[in-house]
Structure formats: structure tokens, C-alpha cells
Design a protein around this ligand. Structure first.
Ligand code: TXA
Ligand code: MG
Length: 318
């Protein structure tokens, strides 16, 4: 199969109607999309990604008003949050309606819904008669793609079309939440920070999901991982510990001196966590290709998007 890259949403829509896969840009990362209501089409996503069958997928719609087509018993707080964050990097886990196939929800009773904040993909969704199921467009377990080239590198020949929407402006995946009354359960930290959630839901009870049951594969360790072994911690300690090895260094706003450094990426010289998130996955890919023995990544400030960055680095680490 030949993989074409372009910006033609009508062509993308045509392929999706035929049950084919299309890589789509969003503000977080690129998604590998299929008609969410077509089980055969969604199966192709799992095949192409090499993703275990139990992982549920996010369903993308162009408007919050579409939520009630696919979900029931939607709490008031969901609408309040959506008003502020949708379109945007926030995904809601809601009780599903029968129309959503089991293949999309991993057989569960809930469905994850999101309105992505990217004009091309919103335009595409508006043309379609169905919503799009889309995980990140990377082979299972690898770093998520944040531009069309990243997708092409890994899925060339496996999908017919990549809709090219440029670089992703957020750069880490969406925050995934489940809302119960006034309670917000964080299933995955991401593009919307905990501080942002509190701005809208000041009196809500926000907590991280317990680690006893895995409700979201984004919670699995060893996810988003480069091929080179990555360590995440205090940079000075890491430099000492690995002083004899060829190192690739990932840091926030400054370079670190040291021997045998073969590559380094500073994510934001200005110390801007949003810019750092935007640059994170591209930098990880570059460092992964640098020929280093190890990648050393420093601990980021634990607030704002620093929480999502630390989360991804921790999961990518040995
Ligand atoms: O930013 C994003 O969310 C990107 C773009 C393409 O929208 N998508 C993405 O999809 O990261 P994926 O499949 O790589 O991650 C989806 C996350 C997983 O952690 C999954 O477990 C969780 O959402 N999820 C999906 N449906 C769920 C459900 N019904 N209950 C709990 N978690 C769910
Ligand atoms: Mg993913």
C-alpha cells in the first residue's frame, strides 16, 4: 500500500467511509483514525498498531453536543468543563450507549469522548456521518508522533493517507478524566493540567485513579518508550552514575556539563513548560537516534504541564 501525505479532508473522508484508516492531526499528538461505529475498520487500528485488544480507544467528535449520541447520564460538571476545555486536550470517560461497538470500549460499559482542537480534523469530523476512534498513531508502546513525518516514519506502507496538519501545538496526549458527581478521577495526566481543572471546578474533588486496577492503559508503565534505555531523575546524580557511558541528555531550560555527551536537547530555554511539552516527543526521538548508550532525562518542575512531562518520562524510563 502506498502512503500519501496531504491536506485533502474530502479525500480523507472518502477513505474513512470505505472503512480505511487515516492518520489525523490533533493539537496533542497525531491519531490513527477509523470510523468508530464500524467494527471491521476499528480492528484495523489494533492490527496496524500492534495494540493489545483490551485497550479502549478515544472517540473523537466535532462538538460537545455530539456527546449524548454516544454517552448517557452525562454529569453537569462534564458540560461545565467542556465549555472551557473543548475543543481541547481533555477526554471524558462516560457511560456508553449501545451504538458504540465493544471493540472501541474494550468491552467495557464506558466510552472516552473528546473534541480535538485542530481545524483540519474538526473540518473532517464535520463532513463525516460518524465519529472517529483514534489512538495515537505510533506502534504500541513507542513515542507518540507530533508531526506527519513521525507518522510516515513508522506507518509508511501500512495506511493509505496521512492528513498533514503541521506540528502539534500541545505535544502530549490529552488528560483523561472520569466524572462522578462532583468528583474528578484523573485516569491520565496530559494537556490540561490539574491547576487548569481546578480553575473551572474549584470545589470539585480531583484525585488520581488508584493503582489497584488499571482503568486506562496510559497508566501502564513502560509506555511511550524510546528504544534506548532512559533514566529519569536528578541530572547531577544521573551524570555521575553514568559518567563512563555515551549519554544523550534531555533537560528543561539549561544544558549540563559532562563527559561523553553525544546529544542534548533543551526543551525550553525560557523555562516555559508548555513549550517544553510541545518539544518533548520530538526531542525523545532525536535522542533515541543519536547512538547514545543511555538517555538521561531530568525531573521537571512538578506543576502545570510539568506533571504530564514527568509522567511520560517516568513511563519511558527503565
Ligand atoms: O491526545 C490524545 O488523547 C490522543 C489523540 C489522538 O486524541 N489519543 C490518545 O489515544 O492518546 P490513546 O489510545 O493512545 O490513549 C487513550 C487513553 C488510554 O490511556 C486509554 O486507556 C484511555 O484513554 N481510555 C480510552 N477509553 C477509556 C475508557 N472507556 N475508560 C478508561 N480509559 C479509557
Ligand atoms: Mg498512545
Amino acid at each position: 500500500m502506498q502512503t500519501i501525505t496531504g491536506t485533502d479532508i474530502s479525500f480523507a473522508a472518502e477513505l474513512l467511509r470505505k472503512g480505511e484508516l487515516v492518520a489525523i492531526p490533533t493539537e496533542t499528538v497525531y491519531g490513527l483514525a477509523a470510523n468508530a461505529l464500524n467494527t471491521e475498520a476499528v480492528l484495523k487500528i489494533y492490527e496496524t498498531k500492534g495494540r493489545p485488544l483490551f485497550n479502549p480507544l478515544i472517540v473523537h467528535v466535532h462538538d460537545v453536543k455530539q456527546f449524548e449520541k454516544y454517552a448517557k447520564e452525562i454529569p453537569e460538571l462534564v458540560y461545565k468543563l467542556a465549555e472551557k476545555f473543548s475543543p481541547g486536550p481533555l477526554t471524558f470517560v462516560l457511560r456508553k450507549k449501545d451504538i458504540v461497538p465493544d471493540i472501541v470500549t474494550g468491552g467495557g460499559e464506558t466510552v472516552a469522548l473528546r473534541v480535538p482542537g485542530h481545524p483540519l480534523t474538526l473540518g473532517l469530523l464535520k463532513q463525516l456521518e460518524f465519529p472517529l476512534a483514534a489512538p495515537s498513531a505510533n506502534p504500541f508502546g513507542y513515542i507518540s508522533p507530533v508531526n506527519a513525518w513521525h507518522v510516515k516514519e513508522q506507518l509508511d506502507g501500512k495506511i493509505p493517507y496521512i492528513l498533514d496538519g503541521g506540528n502539534c501545538m500541545v505535544g502530549v496526549e490529552s488528560t483523561v478524566i472520569a466524572v462522578h458527581g462532583n468528583e474528578i478521577e484523573l485516569l491520565r495526566v496530559g494537556g490540561v493540567s490539574i491547576e487548569d481543572l481546578y480553575l473551572v471546578a474549584a470545589d470539585a474533588d480531583i484525585h488520581r485513579a488508584g493503582d489497584t486496577t488499571i482503568k486506562s492503559p496510559g497508566q501502564l508503565k513502560s509506555h511511550y518508550a524510546p528504544k534506548t534505555t532512559l533514566y529519569h531523575g536528578e541530572m547531577k546524580n544521573l551524570m555521575l552514575r553514568f559518567r563512563e557511558l555515551k549519554k544523550a541528555v534531555l533537560s528543561f531550560d539549561q544544558k549540563y556539563p559532562g563527559d561523553h555527551i553525544v546529544a542534548e536537547e533543551v526543551l525550553s530555554a525560557n523555562g516555559d513548560l508548555k513549550e517544553a511539552a510541545r518539544n518533548l516527543f520530538t526531542a525523545m526521538r532525536k535522542l533515541d537516534e543519536s547512538g547514545a548508550d543511555v538517555i538521561l532525562a531530568e525531573k521537571f518542575p512538578d506543576h502545570g504541564l510539568g506533571v504530564a512531562i514527568n509522567d511520560r518520562l517516568e513511563r519511558a524510563s527503565a
